[in-house]
Design a protein around this ligand. Structure first.
Ligand code: GMT
Length: 375
């Protein structure tokens, strides 16, 4: 198949999933065309089956807001026409599903049919999409996609409760390429980040409010009182300065390392003993899965789709949002006993196996085939 993929090219989970999906589809013999405003950050492996087409929005002084959807839909039309793209898969409803619908209508006037698959990733529904300013357009774009997928049962439930949805939504969870995590362990040197007697606790995110970084730091503060440890924070975003101030107030400057945005998640995770995720909501929690793929138990909240990924008492523990005492207690339970820690590490890896790329990507191929047949 010739597949077009529209996504955000940034570090966010939806862009990562879209990129990894495209790479795997290309390995499986499909021709994949990424259409977005920058080269996706994880797309460093070009091969004959992968193509990237940049959407350019020229600056014009009249525009208060640059019309990205317009430029994107025009680019989709050109690329579908030129490369004979069979099917378009858009990741994140806003504004991608909307732009895709416009492209479909334009292509129709040229006698070309473009089936559209929309994948809902989370904040496009829970935080942004359901806002009254966007709701009509998001609902319309979902209902006018040819197929719709969601990354968890919980996100499907939210989508059905926030919008009047006429389409069937198929759940296809996030996935990881376990091979990528297996090899990093061979060169894993923890002495670069912590002393021998320190445990390493990690958090990775885009430092937005929804990630509750202050809960991560406050939980760590409680953990560190009982178990000598370091907190590694990977990522960057609007809450970072506040987080640095909090560490200063708690006298944790020597104990917390801010490593900034980086592509090296697997290398950091392989040094880690526990992963902390305190999010208010998380449709799936790809980063929790990445931690488990590195054999790192996850201490997380129980919100959104997290219970579908992190199994309480097996791959880690779940706590109510904001309950930092419970999160700290759970992390200590795992860290205080080395046999328990080894078991949790083994279980985390076992749980991650369920979401291996080879188990999940065929579901996307099936949905493309079914959608094409139904045209
Ligand atoms: O919240 C993020 O870290 C980024 C965000 C995105 O849209 O890129 O992630 C969302 O999509 C991921 C991939 O499907 C999910 O694993 C994340 O849980 C989801 N984030 C939220 O729901 C807050």
């Amino acid at each position: 198949m010739i597949i077009g993929i529209v996504c955000y090219p940034t570090y966010g989970g939806s862009g990562v999933v879209a990129t990894e999906l495209g790479l795997e589809l290309s390995k499986r013999g499909h021709e994949v065309h990424f259409i977005t405003y920058n080269q996706p950050v994880k797309l460093n492996l070009f091969n004959n089956n992968i193509h990237y087409h940049e959407v350019i929005v020229p600056d014009y002084p009249l525009f208060h807001y640059q019309p990205y959807e317009l430029a994107l839909s025009s680019k989709i039309v050109d690329m579908v026409d030129l490369h004979k793209i069979d099917i378009l898969h858009v990741h994140y409803a806003i504004p991608h599903a909307y732009a895709a619908y416009m492209s479909k209508q334009m292509l129709k006037t040229r006698g070309i049919n473009l089936p559209i698959v929309t994948t809902l990733h989370g904040t496009d529904i829970t935080l942004v999409g359901s806002h009254p300013f966007y709701k009509n357009a998001v609902e319309f774009s979902i209902n006018n996609s040819d197929a719709v997928t969601s990354v968890s049962e919980d996100l499907k439930k939210d989508t059905l409760s926030f919008f009047d949805i006429k389409k069937n939504i198929q759940v296809i969870p996030n996935f990881v390429d376990l091979d990528k995590y297996n090899h990093v362990h061979e060169n894993c040197d923890r002495s670069v980040l912590a002393d021998d007697d320190e445990k390493i606790i990690t958090h990775i995110s885009n430092f937005r409010k929804v990630k509750r970084i202050d809960d991560v730091i406050n939980s760590f503060n409680l953990i560190n009182k009982q178990i000598n440890s370091k907190l590694i924070l990977l990522g960057d975003g609007p809450e970072r300065i506040k987080a640095e101030k909090l560490c200063d107030e708690l006298n944790l400057n020597e104990k917390v390392l801010f490593l900034g945005a980086s592509n090296e998640t697997a290398k950091i995770l392989c040094l880690s003993d526990v992963f902390l995720l305190a999010s208010t909501t998380e449709s799936f929690g790809l980063v929790a899965l990445e931690a488990m793929a590195s054999s790192v138990p996850v201490v997380s909240t129980n919100s959104g789709g997290l219970p579908e990924v992190n199994k309480n008492g097996f791959s880690g523990y779940l706590s109510d949002v904001g309950d930092i005492n419970s999160m700290a207690k759970n992390a200590i339970k795992i860290l205080e006993d080395s046999t328990k820690l080894m078991n949790f590490k083994k279980n985390a890896k076992q749980q991650a196996n369920k979401f291996d790329v080879h188990n999940i990507v065929p579901s996307y191929e099936d949905i493309y085939k079914r959608t094409l047949v139904n045209q």
